[in-house]
Design a protein around this ligand. Structure first.
Ligand SMILES: Cc1ncc(COP(=O)(O)O)c(C=O)c1O
Length: 374
């Protein structure tokens, strides 16, 4: 008997059809596997593939986590409230506008539970964070895919794609993988042209790295009374806490009540709550880390452009570059050098690679390996 039963037969027949058809998430290559395959020591492998921030975590955050070791037997209820208040204060909104989550990705998964019935529509770009598509498909959404134009969300085409059954428009600003933002004008145009029954989700996981004046701020639109605007934020990128899983949404209080209703009540661990509180209290660390990322972004942009590549101007902690060659082949050659980047063919960019900004020495090691590969 086969170990694996084909779909549609045996126990697999019980799986809901929309889920059976979802593409599996392809994470960045694993540094331990690359070390084992190449013989390069693990500590010398440079991973610039998952838009992580390798800047050393704030010492005050580490101390806050350590203080929680004595309390691991108890649920983190009161810490949850304290973190919610701190997040609200940091964003200039009342506590009722905040939903905490174990990473913003969990909110991406929960939003379709709130909005989408089978056959409802969502509008998204195929060249964006892949989880929007999978999360929507879980609920049986019909996907309206609006391709990016010149690496940017095509707002007029998105407005045109919205219909009476559109429940969510997924935006990502800065967009992963292109690094482009939705401008203030564009966001306002979109929000004023779609019905109030369409949620406009703006994933701002990379917002702390934005230095463009024209950045569209969903919180301003929310404050102006657009109750369908939802911002998703993360501690994984600017705060370098991807391993702790900490994120949040800023939304209308009615949306927050609903999102909390479908969330596990003790979703965040005590160490994560404590880390979030300490991280929000360490502005100096955030400024230093962000400065390092922006310097690295400028360096990578400059050096890759000097190779004759087309580098998409990025507002994130990563750059997408058109190598004018086979991006996946270059990704493989770099793996042999112990450097992990992201091939971009999955987003429909077969000649591009996406490189996360690392520490200065990691950026230099990537550039040196790249020169050897070319
Ligand atoms: C655009 C975008 N949103 C959300 C996430 C997930 O972030 P978190 O770690 O907060 O779940 C990522 C992770 O890479 C991302 O690129």
């Amino acid at each position: 008997m086969d170990a694996v039963t084909p779909p549609g037969a045996g126990h697999e027949a019980a799986f809901r059809a929309p889920i059976a058809h979802i593409r599996d998430y392809e994470p960045g290559a694993d540094a331990e596997q690359v070390a084992a395959a190449t013989g390069i020591p693990f500590e010398d492998v440079v991973k610039l593939a998952s838009n992580e921030n390798p800047y050393p975590v704030s010492p005050s955050v580490l101390r806050a986590i350590e203080r929680q070791f004595d309390f691991l037997h108890s649920y983190p209820w009161e810490d949850f409230g304290r973190l919610k208040a701190a997040v609200a204060a940091a964003n200039g909104v009342p506590d009722a506008n905040v939903v905490l989550s174990a990473g913003s990705a969990q909110l991406v998964l929960n939003l379709p539970l709130l909005y989408v019935d089978p056959g409802d529509e969502v509008v998204l770009a195929p060249q964006s964070y892949a989880l929007y598509e999978a999360a929507s498909q879980v609920m049986g959404a019909t996907l309206r895919r609006v391709p990016l134009k010149d690496y940017r969300f095509d707002i007029p085409a998105i407005v045109a794609a919205c219909g009476p059954r559109t429940r969510i428009v997924w935006l990502c600003s800065p967009n992963n993988p292109t690094g482009a933002v939705v401008t203030a004008d564009e966001l306002e145009r979109l929000v004023t042209q779609v019905p109030e029954t369409t949620a406009i989700v703006v994933d701002q996981a990379y917002r702390e790295f934005v230095d463009e004046d024209d950045y569209g701020d969903p919180l301003a639109l929310l404050a102006a009374g657009h109750r369908n605007v939802i911002s998703l934020c993360s501690f994984s990128k600017a705060y370098a806490l991807a391993g702790l899983r900490l994120g949040y949404a800023i939304a209308d209080p009615a949306v927050c009540v609903m999102l909390d209703r479908i969330s596990e009540p003790f979703l965040l661990s005590r160490p994560a709550c404590a880390a979030g509180l300490a991280a929000l209290d360490d502005d100096e660390w955030l400024a230093a880390s962000t400065r390092t990322v922006l310097e690295g972004r400028a360096l990578l942009t400059r050096e890759l452009t000097a190779l004759g590549w087309d580098v998409v101007p990025s507002q994130g902690n990563f750059v997408l570059a058109d190598t004018h060659g086979d991006g996946r082949a270059l990704f493989r050659r770099l793996l042999d050098e112990g450097v992990i980047v992201r091939p971009a063919d999955g987003w429909g960019y077969p000649t591009h690679i996406r490189v996360s900004v690392g520490l200065p020495e990691q950026n230099e090691r990537f550039l040196a390996a790249l020169r050897r590969c070319l």
